[in-house]
Design a protein around this ligand. Structure first.
Ligand SMILES: NC(=O)c1ccc[n+]([C@@H]2O[C@H](COP(=O)([O-])OP(=O)(O)OC[C@H]3O[C@@H](n4cnc5c(N)ncnc54)[C@H](O)[C@@H]3O)[C@@H](O)[C@H]2O)c1
Length: 375
């Protein structure tokens, strides 16, 4: 282990940003322990060590942060959270307030107890209040007086304050990123926790050219979307920097959901009609300063169009793969049904089991057909 530059724990390493962060750290000569409830879904983790642990439990947090006697971690990147897109944030506010708060209470406490000097917390621009369309940008101080739009934002604000309290009392170095919406390949693209860019890429990939896709609300809500490459680089640079207090990380531009849909449809080469349907849309507008993170030399490198091209290509491939898997499953179940029907007809015709033919297809099936024939 000593040949590595540093040792780090990444929580949430089975999730979207955590998995990409692990790759980045390993490429930068880190020895990394990933921790999560699950392994990454789309590719294996390059972490040298990976523990499956529930971090709502204090003992598990301690386990996650403990190395062999005499050895210790240099950095903790705490990204584990109960989270999802706007649909999930709306319907799971109790789970978010309970599960994420427990993790965010134990993690800074255990980091201090195990004398790990540096702690990163992944906060969110959801800590800010809703904004009007033409409002001037808010800097980090604009989070107070606090009025987050949802419980996810309130919980993040509490967790920021918990980490900062440990910084004041115990001298823990704390770095906090307030992340803007992040998108890219290997992110959740279906199942209810996906965020707008992935959900729209999926809907567009699933639609026929000339077809219709449903979009929640009027599509006027304005957001900025940051490619995963820039988010991960920003997290790393912030952690190595001297920047005190939370820092916004994300792209400088903003687009409406309607503009996002048009851009993705153009990338896909499809003409689509948008049907606006009822659904949770979140805040009206977002406009946050990135001057603080830019002051340490970070700049977004991936344009929205370039990032969405890469993301759409990946989501489209996932959609194709899942359709293939579904039709293969259907084919398998059709074959069995037909075979079974044929066998039943044969049995009905003869009045006794045709054991020779059935045995060739497997004992278990033979046994069940014998049973059915007897009924
Ligand atoms: N993706 C974004 O656009 C975005 C924006 C703002 C802030 N953030 C924050 O960045 C962090 C990472 O986000 P993400 O997009 O990778 O989310 P994600 O859901 O893909 O990853 C979070 C991971 O935390 C894990 N986790 C949840 N409960 C756990 C528990 N009890 N014990 C251990 N692990 C647990 C999940 O299994 C998941 O793999 C989160 O803290 C999130 O709030 C993300």
């Amino acid at each position: 282990m000593s040949r590595y530059q540093k040792r780090a724990v990444v929580t949430g390493a089975g999730g979207f940003i955590g998995h990409h962060l692990v790759k980045y750290l390993v490429q930068h000569d880190y020895w990394v322990r990933g921790v999560d409830l699950k392994l990454p879904e789309f590719s294996s983790s390059p972490a040298q060590d990976f523990l499956l642990l529930d971090l709502r439990n204090e003992e598990n947090c301690e386990k996650a942060l403990t190395l062999a006697p005499g050895e210790s971690f240099d950095e903790v990147y705490h990204l584990a959270a109960d989270m999802g897109g706007m649909g999930y944030i709306h319907r799971a506010e109790c789970e978010i307030m309970h599960n994420s708060a427990l993790m965010n209470i134990h993690m800074p406490y255990c980091t201090v107890r195990l004398r790990i000097p540096r702690y990163f917390f992944s906060s969110s621009v959801c800590v800010y209040r809703d904004m009007d369309f033409d409002e001037p940008e808010l800097s980090e101080a604009g989070a107070y007086p606090a009025l987050p739009h949802n419980e996810y934002g309130w919980e993040k604000l509490y967790a920021e304050r918990a980490a900062l309290a440990y910084a004041r009392r115990y001298g823990l170095t704390v770095r906090i990123a307030r992340l803007k919406n992040c998108y890219g390949h290997e992110g959740t693209w279906r199942g209810g926790r996906e965020k707008a860019p992935a959900a729209i890429c999926r809907k567009v990939a699933e639609a026929e050219d000339g077809g219709t896709i449903a979009v929640w609300g009027q599509g006027t809500a304005v957001r900025s979307y940051t490619h995963i490459h820039d988010t991960v680089r920003g997290i790393f640079m912030l952690m190595q920097s001297d920047l005190e207090g939370p820092a916004n990380i994300g792209a400088a531009y903003s687009v409406s959901v309607n503009e996002l849909v048009s851009l993705i449809a153009r990338i896909a080469g499809k003409k689509l009609t948008v049907q606006h349907v009822e659904g949770p849309v979140g805040v009206k507008s977002r406009n946050f300063s990135i001057d603080k993170i830019c002051s340490i030399g970070w700049q977004p490198e991936v344009s929205l169009e370039e990032g969405l091209r890469m993301t759409y290509a990946w989501v489209e491939q996932e959609v194709r793969r899942s359709r293939l898997a579904e039709s293969a499953l259907r084919a398998v179940s059709n074959i069995s049904t037909q075979d079974a029907a044929k066998a039943v007809l044969e049995l009905a015709g003869s009045g006794k089991p045709e054991t020779k033919q059935l045995d060739a297809e497997g004992d278990e099936r033979t046994a069940s057909l014998h049973y059915n024939a007897g009924v």
